[in-house]
Design a protein around this ligand. Structure first.
Ligand SMILES: Cc1ncc(C[n+]2csc(CCOP(=O)(O)OP(=O)(O)O)c2C)c(N)n1
Ligand SMILES: [Mg+2]
Length: 330
């Protein structure tokens, strides 16, 4: 695995803090009704992305569900375009037509952005199949939640993926809840990683609050897939601080429970190492915090000042028949 250095820690801190603050801004814009529809935030889960990015190479792909705003940014997409997409603006990643649950950035190997729980699991295996079929070097990281792990599509996909030794890593981002239903209530045991055992698929639990642990597990799984030995199932234990979406009263958990997880917050853990090992001074950290704040403000300004798509665009990209008589087609 690429070495975890001083620079890695510093980049992890800056990136994870930016993702967190970017989403805090989205929450504020949602309350102002500038972001419409649903909004599912990633706060608390950042180490799962940071660790994965350390282990990936430039040919590897990522696909996930609707908690999908910061992954494309991590992969290299311009955060201004992501924020514009969330505000429905024409400068967005899908020209404002996708919105919160459907961020796409194929140029940066990010394949969405899917609202149907578990729907992206077979799609991830499909991306991996294409890489294998066309003999391209690429591994697909397929993310899903603990709720999605209970979908039938997961089992059909696991069977096919292990049988054909597809270059895919199945990553259960286990944040403990599917909306308001705790993982303990969805099956007679809560070790999701054991679902791999029935397929003789390498599998195991991972500490998802620590990017080092995630990077190590991810590296092993990605390299297994890359050398042709097929998929791995990682059950990455993490936690979301905010509600399932912005309209969640959170009656299913206590504030104490949330506070317990905040004690092992991934950003604080990384900052502790930075200060302890004297990778940076407190003043330098203060400057990074300010830079992050400025960068988020820049994204907001860009998104707010961008125009909405033209009304005519409603009819674009929905119907492909050139001679369809009822709609003007572009
Ligand atoms: C097929 C389907 N069933 C139900 C829903 C409604 N729904 C949206 S999110 C969700 C919970 C999924 O939880 P999990 O997979 O743990 O992901 P998390 O939100 O925790 O990231 C449900 C039931 C849906 N979108 N699609
Ligand atoms: Mg969940």
């Amino acid at each position: 695995m690429k070495k975890i250095t001083k620079e890695t820690y510093i980049n992890w801190y800056k990136d994870m803090l930016f993702w967190r603050k970017f989403e805090d801004k989205l929450a504020a814009l949602y309350i102002q009704q500038k972001v419409r529809g649903f909004l599912h935030l990633y706060n608390g889960q950042e180490a799962v992305l940071a660790g994965a990015l350390h282990a990936m190479n430039e040919n590897d792909k990522m696909i996930t569900a609707y908690r999908n705003h910061v992954q494309p940014i991590g992969l290299g997409e311009d955060p201004k375009r992501v924020m514009a997409e969330l505000l429905g603006k024409v400068t967005g990643t899908s020209q404002g037509m996708g919105g919160s649950m459907h961020i796409f950035s194929p140029k940066h190997n990010f394949y969405g952005g899917h609202g149907i729980v578990g729907g992206q699991i077979p799609l991830g295996a499909g991306l991996a199949f294409a890489d294998k079929y066309f003999e391209r070097d690429g591994v697909t990281l397929t993310y899903f939640g603990d709720g999605a792990a209970r979908q039938g599509s997961l089992h059909e996909t696991f069977n096919m993926a292990i049988n054909w030794k597809l270059p895919v890593v199945f990553i259960c981002e286990n944040n403990g809840y599917a909306m308001g239903t705790s993982v303990e209530r969805t099956a007679n045991h809560d070790d999701i990683w054991k679902l791999g055992l029935g397929y003789e698929m390498p599998c195991g639990p991972v500490d998802g609050m620590n990017p080092v642990k995630v990077a190590e597990a991810m590296h092993e799984a990605i390299e297994r897939a890359r050398r042709g030995d097929g998929p791995t199932l990682l059950d990455i234990k993490t936690y979301r601080y905010r509600g399932h979406s912005m309209s969640d009263a959170q009656h299913y958990r206590t504030k104490d429970e949330v506070d317990e997880y905040k004690k092992i917050d991934p950003i604080s853990q990384v900052l502790e190492v930075i200060l302890e090992k004297k990778y940076a001074s407190k003043d330098e950290v203060k400057q990074w915090d300010k830079d992050v704040k400025d960068k988020v403000a820049e994204c907001q300004k860009f998104a707010e000042e961008s125009p909405f798509p033209d009304k005519q665009a409603l009819y674009d990209m929905v119907y492909e028949q050139e001679d369809y008589p009822f709609l003007k087609h572009r």
